[in-house]
Structures are given as structure tokens and as C-alpha cells.
Design a protein around this ligand. Sequence first.
Ligand code: FAD
Length: 493
Amino acid sequence: MTHRDQKHRGLSFHGSLLDSSAAQTQTLFASPQYDCDVAIIGGGPAGLSAAIELKKSGIHHVVVLERESDAGGVPRHCDHSLFGFREFRRCFSGPRYAQRLTEQARKCGVDIHINTSVIALHPNAVIQLSTPGGVKKIRARKALISTGARETPRSARLISGRRPAGITTTGALQSTISFTGKKPFQNPVVIGSELVAFSSLLTCKFAGIQPVAMIEENPRITAWSSAVLLPKIFGVPLYTNTRLVEISGKQQVSSIRIRNADSTEKQLDCDGVIFTGHFIPEATLIRSSHLQFDKNSGGPVIDQYGRCSDSDYFATGNLLHPVETAGWCWAEGKQVAKNIKDSLNKVLPNANFRIPVHILDKEIHYITPQVLTLPRNGQQTQKFNPFFNFQLRFSSPVKGNLSVHSSSPHRKGDSRCKTQIASRHLGRHHVNTEYVDTEDAFPLFTKSFTSRPERRALLNIPYSNILDNLNVQGEPGINKILIRFSDCATLRL
Ligand SMILES: Cc1cc2nc3c(=O)[nH]c(=O)nc-3n(C[C@H](O)[C@H](O)[C@H](O)COP(=O)(O)OP(=O)(O)OC[C@H]3O[C@@H](n4cnc5c(N)ncnc54)[C@H](O)[C@@H]3O)c2cc1C
């Protein structure tokens, strides 16, 4: 049997690889084909934590492919504090945090390749790269995609007016300040009030920039209520119920026109505009690949293990749910690494045994996972873990009941559905959990929800109820899961 045959049969191929990372780098750039155990695309907090976890769990050759000049992801550009509580129990600036994670990964023996852009994903975890040495391919046993998310720029927001200098996103502003030390403006307006909008306030504060206003379309801010203190502390007026209508200025922004809910308009003098939030997953690779794409989330379709439609690929981090904190993405990367290890050891349920999850009401913007994989033997005992549960985003501020139904035609009217009412606290949400017992819709689980757009909402996956619907051969009697949102009332806050 040739060495290539061995690899294709999934047998160990470590023997052919050199161990030191310098030697591995040389191999990557010197040869047209390169093999590793796990290839991680994107060296942000999610990718790095997955890489560290995989190395710690004994996976031999873990490669991180990062297109920028260093690993660390978005925090590398965020030159302000508030990173690292969950990971290091300490508060770091973004660049320091990114450096810490990168150092930790390197110490564990993770092979980090910078200035290396992944340009295509192929079946069998064959990945095409653009490297300083030209276009290459690597073949991994499993690949993890953690390419993050980016903000929607002005061009995609259809704001009328001129195109002067001084219009940016938080990400671009943070990079400019971190890497060039230059200030693109002195008195900008911040558009949006998602968590990252407050990150832009912090960036301005650290750089000696004084924003003239913060503007939010909705009646209240999108981030946690307590965040309103920050503009107050920094002396930045916050206008809610207000929309940006037009940007003026020839060379540099000179003013903007804003309109509030009763249609009165006002001009604000400023020399810049910072667009924040409205995140979109960095999913160009997914769209151009064989992997199934979810138009609701804008990312890949995954099951509850983070596994894509091709089970050689996994996904994690902000690519799945723009946008979470770095700490959340770090924790999720760690979890998905455990799933990848289980998958390499062939102990994850068969990926072909999948039940799609459908959103029925427009109030739900997206949900992950978009498919559930059920075990053939009917044994699925997972303790509560947010990364194994449904994560949702709503499209507007909502209050109502979210329910999980199964569509299982041959079990309709079956009275084995249980009734149980429970109440508990789940993170910031107060949850009333109710297992309902009606014949027609086959409901599995209902939960009352109060949430706002761009905010994480978690819903327990009712495994035991789903497993109750497996038929005697262990085949799913369910052909899809339906997620409903009912009794909806738009929140007036
Ligand atoms: C502007 C902004 C400010 C923020 N401020 C805060 C804050 O103050 N506190 C906080 O906790 N969180 C903050 N966040 C959120 C936090 O930065 C992210 O949650 C976290 O970085 C997400 O980690 P990630 O690994 O999923 O993605 P990212 O950090 O985005 O990392 C993705 C990596 O993938 C690489 N990549 C993408 N495509 C390719 C490709 N084709 N080939 C190779 N590499 C590729 C990118 O270069 C990047 O390094 C902020 C986010 C943004 C956008």
C-alpha cells in the first residue's frame, strides 16, 4: 500500500510530516500538497481557542491559516480594554489579548501560517491557499472554518449624499488608529447602538476623538440597557428613534441630516461618520464552495456539533452568528474542538441522519443549528451547554412564545407527548419552560421570550421529546423541526 493510499483510507500519516513548526512552514511553502490533521481557517479568538484545545487533547498536527500579517483576529485591531475576562480572568486590551492567545497557541505547538488566504474549499477537506509562495493546496482530515464577520459598510446601506472622506466602519477605524496612529476625523457621528458601537466610542476616547452624537433608529439602544451610561460619561448625546438621511461634505464630511420618528429633520455638524453593527458573516468561501449556505444567518448550515453539510468541515465563531463577544467565540471554538476530536475518533452520531430545522415566522431572523443530527441508537444525553442549543436572533424587538414543533405525519395525534411546566433562569433570560400536549401541531417545547434584534437568544434543544418521536427501528419519525413565534407583541421600550 502506498503512502497516499494510507492517507485516503484515513490511516495515520503523521510519520511523513516534520514536527517543528519551522520545518512545517517550509514544507507548506515548498511542496504543492501538504497534509495535516486539522486545518483551521481564520486565526481569530474562535480559531485559536479551537487550535489550542485540539493540541491539548493530543491531536498531532493542527494548522491555522490566517490571511493577515499576524493571528489574533478582530481584537488585534481593537486598541481598547474589556477583553479576556472569560478566558484569562483578567482584563486586556484587544491587541494584548490577541497576542496572548497567539502565544498560547504557538507554545502548544499549533502551526500558524500568516499571510495565507484560503481561496477555495473542496470536498475531502482539500483547501486551496494563496501564500507568499504562490497558490497551494492542503488536505486535512478535518477542517474548521472560523472566518468571523464584518460590518456592513455605507455602500450597502443605501445612504444618500456625497462620498467625502471621513466615512468608516468601527473595524476600519480601529485598524487605522491601531496600525497607522492616524485619526480620520475629530468629531464624528456614531451610527447604531449595537455593542460594537460602544466599542467605537471607547476607541474614540482612547484616540482623543470626541464624537458629536450617537444615533439609533429604534426607540431604545440595541446593546444592554446599562450601556447608555457610556455615551453619558463621555458627553456624547444619544438620539434614539432617529435615522441618518444624508451625508454632506466635499473633501471631508461636513454635516449629516437626521430624521426622527415624527419626521422632523435636523442637521448635525460633524467631520466623520462611523457605521457600526449590521454584521454579516465573512462567508465568501462558503458561498463559492460545495457547502450548504443558510440565507437567513448568512453563514454555513451546521448541525448541533458545528458540523457543516460536508462532515469533513466544521464552523464556529462569528461566522455563525454575527456578532458575539470575543469571549463567547473563544468558548465556542473550544467546544467545537471537542466535537472535531470526537469526529476524528468516530464517536459523533452519523452525519447523514439529519433533520432540518425550519423557521415559520418572520420575527425570527435566523437560527443555528439549522439541522439536528440524531443518533441511530436513540441515545443522546447532552447536559445543558449553550453551544449544543438553538441560538436565535430576532428581526425586531419581540415579546411572545417561541415553540418547537415536530412534523411527524405518522405520529400525529399520538398522546405520548408529555406535559411538564418548569421555570428557571438561563443567563440573562428568565425562562418559562412548558412541554405542551396537543394533538394537531405536535409541539415539543414552548418558551416565553422577550428579546431585541442582534441579541443572542438561547433555546434548549428538546432532545428527549425528539427522541420520543424516534420509531422502533431507531429511525426518526420526525421529518422536520419547525420553530414558531406566536402571540408576538412589538416591544415598546
Ligand atoms: C469592530 C469590532 C469591535 C469589537 N469590539 C469588541 C470588544 O470590545 N469586546 C469583545 O469582547 N468583542 C468585541 N468584538 C467582537 C470580537 O472581536 C469578536 O467576537 C471575535 O473577534 C470573533 O472571533 P472570530 O474568531 O469568530 O472572528 P475574527 O476575530 O473576525 O477572526 C477571523 C479571522 O479569520 C481571518 N480570515 C477571514 N477570512 C479568511 C480567509 N479566507 N483566509 C484566511 N484567514 C481568513 C481574518 O483575517 C481574521 O483574523 C468586536 C468586533 C468588531 C467587528
